[in-house]
Design a protein around this ligand. Sequence first.
Ligand SMILES: N[C@@H](CCC(=O)N[C@@H](CS)C(=O)NCC(=O)O)C(=O)O
Length: 212
Amino acid sequence: MLQLYFSPMACSLASRIALMEAGLDARYHPVHLQTKQVVDDGRDFLGVSPKGAVPVLVLENGERLTESAAVLQYIADLKPQAGLAPAFGDPDRYRLQEWLSFIGAEIHKAFLFPTFWYKDDASLAKPRARITQTLSVPSAHLEGREFLVGNSFTVADAHLTWALLLLRPAGVDIAQWPSLSTYLARMQARPAVRDAIATEMAVRKTMTASPA
Ligand SMILES: N[C@@H](CCC(=O)N[C@@H](CS)C(=O)NCC(=O)O)C(=O)O
């Protein structure tokens, strides 16, 4: 069975959403990111992945896959009939990769990560200054569109949904981008998204963790 190492409401939430949207079973292992311990059994998470970061997807053959962009596409390709990624060769596949890169690098690492990991104003000034420009990109793209790529939900939507959910705890009011705020509400109404969030919030109550 697939296994996902995750931390509640961290970027691994997107992988959980993808698994649930695909209807794929998996075993989920919570990780405490500060102590780098696997919560189930106290194992050193650095022994699971030297990157020390979630998501880590353990494949059916035991190999471990990291990096949200790769993990999300792997999950999508396990269940092509779920339509979570355009097929290879379809020009939209590169649009999907374009969004996964943008969300991972420009939203997650350039803004959310410093917001949750650094406390001093000097480290936070640059990310704070860039967020308006960064979020104007998906905001403009989603004017009059339901999904990031094509006409249906893809793993890029799972990734963006996670990032937008963290804006409030990061101190950013999503209401300044109406298209993002209605998009997020639409995504949160999806049963798989709703269930994934509810599950992680319940796990989170039992742990203290930094989400990004
Ligand atoms: N490039 C990786 C980043 C993964 C990442 O930074 N995950 C965060 C949680 S959202 C984490 O585990 N951070 C712990 C750390 O970096 O020590 C990806 O996109 O999957």
